[in-house]
Design a protein around this ligand. Structure first.
Ligand code: IVH
Length: 673
């Protein structure tokens, strides 16, 4: 090896690491990037290239760790140097006053302490071990004494610095919460739904499932975040209390929650609590309470610990979003694909401020697993905006008079006998002419997930269906405004507007139309892949299973679903009638001479000059392809205002990141070149 070459490489690597770490901090922690994303990507690519040439120079704090190392066989168990304790709970104001009373009594003082009130993140606790300022190990809390080694996974979380930004003691163990914000959670579940994967029940489970994932490359693709809230030993650093510790951690380059409040007395603590209760549903992430800590470390030390929790802190839980009530019966809903969803009919009950009389039981198998009986007292839960669900029966409250639930054998709407396919958890009505399926299909077709026809929301479609003005998809395109204007809730203006909106959607993109048709397993992403491959609807309709399987990302289940759909005479009838109505997908064949040919571009966040559809049109007109998810094939991501989690995923994969201006320049430059 040429020595001078190696040392030049080393020097450049050190510089690149420094710069990349600095930019990651600006981006993730300060939320204030100072270079264009494309410049960051160039630096990252250079780093990867140099490290590939000089594997001996790869260091633990190299940003290349963000991509995720090789999969592990199992998680190593590691004891915490200092146990990770839990907190005692307070459930209301009275409990918070009681907490202060105990403190004052214990400290034998007349002056109550100052506090710090922090949002209690609903994720999972981790410990980050920094040795000489470098992240050397990360552990889950585990049972508090022994945790799991999740170093390779934690290294992929952009917000967690691999190297601290200021002088720290030789050993610093930082504690905090890894979590997923609501947007990241929703996007992840959407992707999983389209891929036919099981959904995560809530952001907490999604965060835990993503971190406790043996393959760190999967963790790298999940939008995990982190807030630091403590250290294992406060005596090793020069801080007076919790509020100065949080500042110290922030100066180290660690993200801390900005909503944290300093409180000079218990009244201010209560105010903070009321504030958090009020705003919790508007926050970007789930919080399940507030943690109050005595600020002063010398007082914390005097107060010390009980068996499992410190005396100097308490978790103030929010008013419950769970409640118990009586299960009066079960009704069955028929979904768009015929899936039968059992719905619990309940004695109305107030759950976290809203009255709940119905709750989902997800599917038959889930219901059987829970062994619910009519007449049971059940525990129900409402979380954020999601549909309330039944958690479990309270067995202790059984009287013996409860009735066993007999699963339905026939469709509650059309009477067709129900079926359960092998390996599936749901039972289905196999009759595609079932009125319930038709109605759901129509609602889907005009919804945002479908053609997004303005003025034809769920209620309108229900009304038109009930009045027998529409019974299947082609009927939508023959609606005229005089039919609508006479209906309850409609006027001439809204009728005209709706009809205009319908007519305007007569030339959808092929992918849009495919996703709207409601074919099983075909969501936005898969529809996009099909559009890239097939020039027209008829070409797709004629495709064999083998042709479909050739497409990267399409499995046999999806391929079979497409073949069945297009082989069905009813599909041919529907598509024929759509064509008669003048509905035909607009799709230009990929233009290999276009300025964007060979590029696969994804948009995230709001654009300033262009609408999303204009931007997509420009890409297509110029021979580029639109991506709807981050994958290896993506070449560029265009980032607008408030980008989603895709940005982070793209960054981790080292994709070119550009803004709207750069996107327009790209079009221009290529034109003039
Ligand atoms: S302090 C000894 N602060 O709540 C003090 N915990 O039972 C230990 N949590 O699993 C924790 N946000 O993961 C603390 N701002 C915060 C927190 C917080 C969330 C979690 C933590 C732990 C549980 C405490």
């Amino acid at each position: 090896m040429n020595l001078s070459k190696a040392s030049a490489a080393q020097e450049r690597l050190i510089e690149l690491r420094k710069q990349l770490n600095e930019h990651a901090h600006n981006y993730y922690v300060l939320d204030n990037p100072t270079i264009a994303d494309s410049e960051y990507d160039q630096l990252f690519a250079e780093l990867l290239e140099l490290e590939e040439l000089h594997p001996e120079l790869v260091s633990d704090d190299s940003p290349s760790r963000r991509i995720g190392g090789p999969p592990l066989d199992k998680f190593e168990q590691v004891a915490h140097r200092v146990p990770m304790l839990s907190l005692e709970n307070a459930f209301d104001e009275a409990d918070i006053y009681e907490f202060e009373k105990r403190l004052v009594r214990y400290l034998n003082t007349t002056t109550p302490p100052h506090y710090v009130a922090e949002p209690k993140l609903d994720g999972l606790a981790v410990e980050l071990i920094y040795q000489n300022g470098k992240l050397t190990q990360a552990l889950t809390r585990g049972d508090g004494r022994i945790g799991e080694n999740v170093t390779a996974q934690v290294q992929t979380i952009g917000a967690i610095p691999l190297k601290l930004r200021r002088e720290v003691p030789e050993l610093l163990e930082v504690r905090g919460e890894v979590f997923m914000d609501k947007e990241g959670f929703q996007n992840l579940n959407k992707q999983r739904q389209e891929g036919g994967e099981q959904l995560f029940a809530n952001p907490r489970n999604a965060a835990a499932g993503s971190l406790r994932q043996l393959n760190p490359q999967i963790t790298a693709k999940r939008p995990l975040r982190f807030f630091a809230y403590g250290v294992s030993a406060t005596d090793s650093i020069n801080c007076q209390g919790q509020s100065s510790l949080l500042e110290y951690l922030q100066n180290c380059g660690l993200p801390v929650n900005e909503m944290t409040r300093k409180c000079s007395n218990v009244q201010e603590v209560i105010e903070a609590y009321d504030y958090f209760v009020e705003v919790r549903h508007q926050l970007a992430f789930d919080i399940d309470g507030m943690v109050v800590k005595v600020d002063d470390f010398s007082l914390q030390e005097r107060l010390g610990f009980k068996a499992r929790a410190p005396r100097w802190a308490v978790a103030c839980k929010f008013p419950s979003t769970q409640a118990t009530t009586k299960l009066n019966g079960i009704t069955y809903q028929v979904g768009r694909t015929g899936a039968i969803t059992p719905v619990a009919l309940l004695d109305p009950v107030n759950v976290g401020g809203a009255m709940v009389a119905r709750a989902t039981l997800h599917n038959q198998e889930e219901m059987e697993r829970k062994d619910l009986r009519i007449g049971d007292t059940v525990l129900i839960q409402r979380a954020g905006d999601v549909i309330p669900e039944v958690i479990k029966p309270i067995i202790e409250k059984r009287t013996g008079k409860e009735d066993i639930v007999v699963p339905p054998t026939d469709c509650p709407v059309c009477g067709h006998s129900l079926r359960k396919a092998e390996g599936e958890t749901v039972i289905r009505c196999p009759n595609p002419l079932c009125e319930a399926q038709k109605l759901r299909g129509l609602i889907h077709f005009t919804s945002k997930a479908g053609l997004d026809i303005e003025g034809l929301g769920k209620r309108n479609i229900e009304q038109l269906f009930e009045k027998q003005l529409i019974s299947d998809i082609p009927d939508i395109f023959s609606l005229d405004s005089s039919q609508l204007a006479g209906l309850e809730g409609w006027g001439e203006k809204s009728a005209n507007k709706a009809v205009d909106a319908i007519q305007a959607k007569k030339s959808p993109q092929l992918a849009e139309l495919l996703a709207a048709l409601g074919i099983r397993f075909i969501g936005e992403v898969t529809a996009g892949m099909l559009e890239q491959r097939f020039a027209s609807l008829s070409a797709l309709a004629a495709a064999q299973k083998e042709d479909l399987l050739e497409i990267d990302g399409i499995g046999s289940r999806t391929a079979e679903s497409l073949v069945t759909y297009f082989g069905d005479p009813r599909t041919r009838e529907i598509l024929g009638r759509l064509e008669e109505q003048g509905v035909s997908p607009a799709r230009s064949a990929p233009d290999s001479t276009g300025t964007l040919s060979g590029m696969r571009i994804l948009f995230t966040g709001g654009l300033e000059k262009l609408s999303r559809s204009e931007a997509k049109k420009l890409v297509k007109e110029n021979g580029g392809e639109i991506a709807t998810s981050v994958s290896a094939k993506l070449t560029h991501i265009v980032v607008g205002e408030k980008p989603g989690s895709k940005l982070e995923q793209a960054r981790k994969l080292g994709k070119a990141i550009i803004n709207e201006k750069e996107f327009l320049e790209l079009l221009d430059q290529r034109h003039t070149a």
